[in-house]
Write a protein that binds this ligand. Structure first.
Ligand code: ZN
Length: 872
């Protein structure tokens, strides 16, 4: 799964208030499996306007021990009947307990170990809170098409599929779906049949005859244009909104190449019967359901966006999961990095093949930066978590990718890919833990990797490495001093220094650093031209380097490695001053790779001063749009600088071929705060662009300008019927405006009312996240939003949103005078009491039923069999 980084992600990371502290999170282990689920068949009728799926689940299972009953995860199901057929015999109605979280099927006599049973559950789910998402036109989005998609990961398919919802259970599955004529229904595996029922409905029958875990079960229903290719005889399908069909080729241009390349590189052929990519309405990122990946329809793009936007990274990520995550699956979420780290790592692997080594290096560099930022507190393999979703963070993704890259460097390409192939072959269709992955690498390479995996998956953080180069001219002796300065124990790391000279071949010195410090003396033929530490980025680290200025200069212009040039740029930015900024400007003009160009632009922004400004202005004419975008972004820090204002204005008047450059220029213009900016920017609201990025940029800029005359515009663009990306930008801009502009009480009240309203009605969690951010900015002015906030905190279907709402309530409360707080607490206590009474009644009812139906011991074991319970 890949969630596209949105504001909600970021804020949540920072809001520790109601988030239980990590240490208090419970210890999680893989779920208990009382039975082996052999096959799960769903026969469903899907009614989109009613938001209902109704039908029968047929589950064939074999008892792994004597079982008086079996329990399936199933949240908020309406169950009509349950039958059980034992060992191929006739089906009989069976007693069951449906407690709102699960369905426990009671066998008339215990199912013996090894016995098989077929359980059928006739049920319906209506407006499920999670798992199966229904879309249709609404007041806020009248153009929304009728559509349904499922999202199972991490533990959400239990809202519409009765199953063992833990990643250690694999079964074959079948999906028979009846929908209105004219709709497509896509699911896992191969299409067995599509039948016209002659009554205005059609029935699709899909079969996944290779075992996979429950969270990978998918269903998407909607009106799609379906484009087809084939690869090695298998269908490759693209389901897209009919009005975007001309974007298929451009967006998915590399899908077939990727299937071919990954199959060859990994050494295991793509394992499923087809590969479909479905572009779904309001889908956040991508989800790797076996053979049928769901993607956000926003990835479809026009020719202009294609200048500097490609969906390849996301497409490669989800496709890589078809092996890593789908063919082998983490046994528990504690090991989810085996899914997400690999999928993230395979993105650079594709770039390396398709675009070259620099692209791989830069992508890994970015992963490593994110891994350092996000990996400081908890290890990658972490058994203590509140909710499985908490494991999907920068440890699983960029740090996981960085660890795989380090492992690749450690064992070498050939052994790395041989080990990967062995791992996938040995554990195909099985759940895995990190030690199993390690053991395969040890077996294939003969290396002991216990320390490597201890350092990188079982402990948090990364070494803080100081490196100093000194030169003894009398003896032509290089002195290399390495120090790990983190307060935690030393990491065992390879250190590699590459010396390059004016003439002749480079010399490479390699040592292993096992303690906190290491000194090496090494004779060289002459004083080097460059001294490059860890040139191939074999180690994740925070690095400080001391060496002579000429070495840095040569490195900036001539180093053959992307990260070496970036490090040199950062060095000169930190040193500051016009001379260094001018040097960076020269490097920017000469740089051949856009990624380094982007980093030099950032370095210039950090350096500041006239020379940096002039270098960035000159950078606006560079050929690569990503570099131009980075330059215009950095110019925002030159507040009210007339020269910058004139240049950005000029850029906007003339236009840029790239949407992203124009959008960035608009945001920068807002931050520069020039006179008359509001009226200058207004006409850009008429411009269409991919993901409405230009309009959204104008609204963001209007918020930054904090000019009350723009208030009606922001209000207008945050309302029903406006595009969602735009509404989100407008709501955020209202927060900025409320914070910084001088507004009347009436104006503030109007904003609070409007944003509270949106929080109530917005279906997209991103938009509700934007509303929450804005209300938090309004603090005590947002008191009138408290009842709605409380409702969201208690009942929002998204756990992240509920958590965030609690934090916002707290922020508003803290800004209040104490008397008001007491008043609120009294109200809250009253509502808790009511809730408590309701819960007690429900519990008493359940206990009554349990006493009638199930032995007490069984209640416990059935409940304990599936560790993580989604809080409601
Ligand atoms: Zn993923």
């Amino acid at each position: 799964m890949k969630r596209i980084v949105g504001a909600l992600w970021i804020i949540l990371a920072g809001s520790g208030v109601f988030v239980p502290v990590a240490d208090a999170a419970p210890l999680r282990t893989a779920g208990d499996r009382p039975a082996d689920i052999l096959h799960l068949k769903l026969d469903l009728n899907v009614n989109i306007p009613l938001e209902r799926a109704r039908g029968t689940a047929t589950i064939r299972l074999r008892a792994l021990r004597d079982l008086p009953s079996v329990r399936f995860d199933a949240v908020d199901f309406d169950v009509r009947a349950v039958t059980v057929a034992r060992n191929g015999g006739p089906a009989h109605e069976a007693d069951f307990i449906n407690d709102g979280e699960s369905i426990t099927v009671l066998f008339d006599r215990a199912l013996k170990r090894g016995e098989e049973a077929v359980v059928t559950i006739a049920y319906s789910v209506t407006k499920p809170k999670q798992g199966l998402h229904f879309f249709h036109p609404t007041v806020s989005d009248p153009d929304t098409p009728y559509q349904v998609w499922s999202q199972g990961e991490s533990i959400e398919n239990r809202y519409w599929v009765p199953c063992f919802d833990h990643p250690n259970e694999m079964q074959t599955t079948e999906m028979i779906v009846t929908v209105e004529e004219g709709y497509e229904a896509v699911s896992n595996g191969r299409l067995i049949s599509k039948k016209d029922n002659g009554d205005g409905t059609v029935t699709f029958h899909w079969l996944q005859d290779q075992p996979h875990v429950a969270y990978l079960i998918t269903l998407v229903v909607g009106k799609f244009h379906v484009a087809k290719e084939t690869w090695r005889g298998k269908p490759v399908l693209y389901y897209v909104p009919p009005d975007k069909k001309e974007m298929v080729q451009r967006t998915f241009e590399h899908t077939v190449d990727l299937l071919e390349y990954f199959s060859n590189r990994i050494g295991v052929e793509y394992p499923w019967d087809k590969y479909a990519q479905i572009c779904a309405e309001q889908f956040g990122g991508g989800m790797e359901n076996t053979s049928a990946t769901t993607l956000g329809s926003w990835i479809l793009h026009d020719e202009r966006a294609h200048l500097d936007y490609s969906a390849d990274g996301l497409i490669a990520h989800e496709m890589a999961h078809q092996w890593f995550g789908d063919l082998v699956t983490c046994r528990d979420w504690a090991h989810v990095w085996l899914n997400e780290g690999f999928a993230s790592f395979m993105e650079p692997v594709w770039y390396e093949h398709h675009l070259g080594k620099d692209e791989y290096d830069y992508a890994i560099y970015q992963d490593m930066q994110a891994a350092i930022r996000g990996g400081k507190k908890r290890p990658i393999v972490d058994r203590f978590y509140e909710d499985p979703d908490d494991m999907f963070d920068s440890r699983a993704y960029p740090k996981g990718s960085s660890v795989l890259h380090m492992l690749r460097r450690r064992v070498g390409d050939e052994l790395f890919w041989t080990s990967v192939r062995t791992y996938l072959t040995r554990y195909a269709h099985q759940p895995v833990e990190t030690w199993q992955f390690r053991r395969v690498f040890e077996e294939v390479t003969g290396r002991s990797l216990e320390r490597f995996f201890y350092d990188w998956t079982e402990r948090p953080g990364a070494p803080e490495l100081e490196f100093r180069f000194d030169w003894d001219a009398s003896e032509n002796l290089a002195e290399l001093a390495f120090k790990q300065t983190q307060k935690e124990d030393a990491f065992e790391i390879p250190v590699e220094v590459e010396f390059r000279f004016d003439e002749g071949e480079p010399i490479v010195v390699r040592r292993t650093m096992t303690g906190k410090s290491l000194r090496v003396w090494y004779p060289l033929p002459s004083y080097p031209r460059m001294v490059l530490l860890d040139p191939r980025d074999a180690v994740l680290k925070e690095l400080t380097v001391e060496k002579d200025r000429p070495l840095w200069e040569h490195q900036l212009f001539e180093a053959p490695y992307v990260t070496a040039r970036i490090r040199a740029a950062k060095h000169f930015a930190k040193a500051g001053g016009d001379k260094n900024a001018a040097l960076l400007g020269e490097a920017l003009q000469q740089e051949s790779f856009w990624g380094v160009g982007e980093e030099i632009a950032k370095a210039l922004g950090k350096a500041g001063g006239d020379a940096a400004r002039d270098a960035l202005l000159k950078g606006l004419a560079l050929k690569h749009p990503k570099v131009r975008r980075a330059c215009v972004e950095q110019l925002a820090s030159f507040h009210q600088d007339e020269k910058v204002i004139a240049a950005v204005r000029d850029l906007l008047e003339k236009g840029d071929p790239s949407y992203r450059v124009e959008a960035e220029a608009i945001r920068t213009y807002g931050k520069l705060q020039p006179d008359g900016a509001v009226s200058f920017l207004m006409p850009f609201l008429k411009r269409d662009s991919h993901r409405d990025q230009i309009r959204a940029a104008v609204l963001t800029a209007l918020g930054d300008l904090a000019d009350p005359q723009a208030l009606p515009t922001l209000i207008e663009w945050s309302t029903n019927g406006k595009q969602r990306f735009t509404r989100s930008a407008a709501v955020r801009a209202l927060g900025k405006m409320a914070e910084e502009a001088e507004l009347s009480d009436e104006q503030i009240d109007r904003i609070v009312e409007l944003v509270t309203d949106r929080l109530r009605i917005e279906k997209s969690r991103w938009l509700r996240g934007a509303c929450l951010d804005t209300l938090e900015k309004l603090r005590r002015d947002a008191r009138s939003a408290l009842p709605v906030l409380r409702d969201v905190a208690a009942n929002d279907p998204e756990r992240r949103v509920r958590k965030r709402a609690k934090a916002v309530i707290k922020a508003i409360r803290q800004a209040e005078p104490p008397a008001a707080q007491v008043d609120d607490l009294a109200k809250e206590l009253e509502s808790l009491k009511k809730q408590n009474r309701r819960l007690r009644r429900r519990l008493e009812k359940l206990e009554g039923r349990l006493e009638r139906g199930v032995p007490a011991e069984n209640k416990v074991s059935a409940h304990a069999s599936h560790a993580p319970q989604q809080e409601k």
